[in-house]
Ligand binder design. Structure first.
Ligand SMILES: [Fe+2]
Length: 192
């Protein structure tokens, strides 16, 4: 069953993100959806003609994690944007972040420091499904570094396309804008 790109145009107008940046980002996301579907079809076709043992099959198989995670991480990202209010200091997310890092401020510092690491990728706040623990994790490109059996709770894109149009090389300024637009209600709904 093919995936369909979701519509995030309602995000246009959020503070700190230009329409050009967001529109280009939506187009990139749609490319991941298209390529996820394309890879599924290509792999199925190769399997059906007995070519599963070929280098072509192997490379497409490797590629699948890149395209699929490129699709899904963008969905988490766009869906945890568009918030209008700061984190609820009496809420469940706040309490879990304090439990994880000692204070909300330390958690935020760690998340932002992870996001300003050199390289392209993502920062994902994960919840381990086995014990509820939270971790800020660096994802290289789209597919390397995911924590098995864990739920993405907050996702931030730090590929250059996510900010360079509006912020040049000032990644920290983009991250500050990202924080002003976090949809904490969505984040809370992802917590176990
Ligand atoms: Fe992106």
């Amino acid at each position: 069953m093919a995936y369909t790109a979701k519509d995030y145009t309602s995000l246009i107008g959020i503070d700190g993100f230009s329409e050009t940046l967001l529109t280009n980002h939506f187009t990139l996301y749609q490319g991941y959806v298209t390529n996820t579907n394309k890879l599924t079809d290509l792999l199925t076709a190769l399997l059906k003609v007995g070519k599963a043992g070929t280098p072509e099959y192997a490379e497409l198989k490797r590629r699948f994690g890149f395209e699929f995670n490129g699709m899904r991480l963008h969905e988490y990202y766009f869906e945890n944007l568009g918030g209008k209010s700061p984190i609820d200091r009496s809420g469940k997310v706040f309490k879990k972040l304090v439990d994880a890092c000692g204070s909300y401020e330390d958690w935020e510092q760690d998340f932002k420091a992870t996001g300003t690491m050199r390289g392209i990728g993502w920062v994902v706040l994960y919840q381990d499904n086995t014990n509820g623990e939270l971790f800020n994790q660096w994802i290289n490109e789209h597919e390397s570094g995911h924590l098995a059996g864990s739920q993405p709770v907050l996702v931030m894109d730090v590929f250059e396309h996510a900010f360079i149009t509006d912020y040049g090389l000032k990644r920290a300024d983009y991250i500050a804008a990202f924080f002003k637009n976090i949809n904490w209600g969505e984040v809370e709904s992802r917590l176990r």
